[in-house]
Design a protein around this ligand. Structure first.
Ligand SMILES: [Zn+2]
Length: 289
């Protein structure tokens, strides 16, 4: 299909056929198809992305029902406790919007060879994760192989404040570890810990070890939708109007503000120092599958 078909006329009016062609040609990898990811993929397909891979190993469950866009009630059978593979819904949504889209489903963890190989072949990676542990790994992988990485995060805090941020990691001059608020090092350590280490820590705190696991925090549909759209907007600008694109946006929902955070040169960031070191960076040590 030519990019001059009427389908995209209303947005070609904004960024031109060249911009549309860049969106069409981009090889995109989306990591995570959950609260954020279910809002990101349909927007990519509507924009005209033609080649996308989705990395997600989980199945749909009862606690996902409050916020997953595009999932049907019948996608989880409560009596049997069986939910559909999330990647199958990704495919249903993408093909429903555009039957000609090439979507590759990677039903595997991020820390798998299959996922890593997809990431390092991408033009742009969009992270829709719910753990700073997974973010740290994806960040390091993208820096090491020089892949542009847009990371989305939504947050709800105990005191009722809420928001999120969009960070764009590229060119080796600023990554998730050194830009803005950085990453939660305790969460990273827990993510990389084995069962025994988690159990020991849970004993120290006198809590169930599931409480220490990532991805179980509060999460709500409207907030995910806002952060996802901000992320897709940066994706679009990166390809069509780079001059307007930002490196780090902070959304504070309770204050009703979005602010652009200036990114300073990375200086002594260990991770930025791995820029384009590829295999020498030994990111493959994270593989578990
Ligand atoms: Zn850095």
């Amino acid at each position: 299909m030519s990019v001059r078909s009427e389908r995209f006329d209303r947005q070609i009016a904004i960024f031109g056929t060249e911009g549309q062609e860049r969106i069409r040609a981009a090889k995109v990898v989306q990591v995570g198809y959950g609260g954020l990811g279910t809002f990101v993929l349909p927007q990519l397909c509507l924009l005209g992305v033609k080649t996308v891979s989705v990395i997600e190993h989980e199945t749909f469950s009862e606690t996902n029902r409050n916020r997953y866009f595009g999932f049907l009630h019948s996608d989880y059978e409560a009596e049997k406790g069986i939910g559909i593979d999330k990647v199958l819904v990704a495919e249903r949504i993408a093909k429903g919007i555009d039957p000609e889209i090439s979507i590759r489903l990677i039903r595997n963890r991020l820390e798998s060879r299959e996922a890593f190989e997809a990431v390092i072949r991408a033009d742009i990676v969009i992270g829709c994760l719910d753990s700073d542990g997974a973010r740290a790994i994806l960040n390091e992988l993208c820096v090491a192989y020089g892949i542009t990485y847009i990371d989305l995060a939504s947050e709800v805090f105990d005191d009722g404040t809420f928001g999120g941020r969009v960070a764009v990691v590229k060119n080796g001059d600023g990554c998730l570890q050194c830009m803005g608020d950085g990453l939660d090092q305790t969460e990273i350590r827990r993510y990389l810990a084995d069962e025994q280490q988690l159990e020991n820590e849970a004993k120290v705190y006198g809590v169930d070890k599931r409480i220490l696991a990532a991805g179980s925090g509060p999460s709500v549909v409207d907030l995910n939708g806002i952060i996802a759209s901000l992320g897709v907007q940066e994706f679009k600008l990166l390809l069509t109007s780079p001059r307007l694109q930002s490196r780090y946006l902070n959304y504070r929902g309770h204050l009703k503000t979005i602010s652009k955070v200036e990114v300073r040169p990375a200086g002594d960031c260990y991770c930025c120092g791995l820029f384009q070191k590829e295999d020498e960076a030994d990111v493959w040590r994270y593989l578990t599958a």
